[in-house]
Design a protein around this ligand. Sequence first.
Ligand SMILES: *Cc1c(COP(=O)(O)O)cnc(C)c1O
Length: 230
Amino acid sequence: MSVATQYQHVAAELAQACRQFGRDPAQVRLIAVSKTVGLAEVGDALAAGAGDFGENRPDELVRKANGYPQATWHFIGNIQSRRIPDIVAHASLVHSLYQARHAEKINAQAEKLGKVQDVLLEVNVSGEESKSGVSPAQAPELLQACLMLPNVRVRGLMTMAPQGSPAVAREVFEGLACLHAQLKGELEPQVAAQFDELSMGMSQDWREAVAAGATMVRIGRAVFSDAFCE
Ligand SMILES: *Cc1c(COP(=O)(O)O)cnc(C)c1O
């Protein structure tokens, strides 16, 4: 199948799942994770209607965002201090912030560029050692630290579920939604109003994420890999 066909198929399935779970399809954004493909495939997805793309490596973010500045670019990978200038220059949303020291550097860089950087806090809900993210218990402290930074705006939370069990994935996603509601309840109204995003769900588990309240799903293989089968 072509990238265009696969993209349109996933988009249709997503809209269908939204209806099934009582979600408004306009409230769940499909982010095409293009980390394994080149510029041509990004162009194919763009032509098929994709508007949001995710990258996990700064080099690729820079290359592809320069190739397609009309798209919206999301940084979903591990943050390294020395790459923060590239990330802030190109990402409209950083999904993977979990350290206060990176928040401070993002703030400084965003100030230089005259922008406010939208970020999500990555939370390790499952507690797996292989996963990055702040623990749910430490999320309030990180959120408070970010709220002190005028050029960083925390838009919500992100997580990744363990592979393999839809039931476990669903629990993890519901855990993130619950943490989000708790944190939101403690924010000032104007801040709370912008703290509205839940980035969760990938090719294998996006349906569970939609059921649990995802506002963004990050889908790579189901859009870009011929070999992906559910
Ligand atoms: C690669 C990646 C995805 C997409 O995963 P697929 O299984 O290919 O859909 C989503 N989120 C993050 C953080 C990733 O690194």
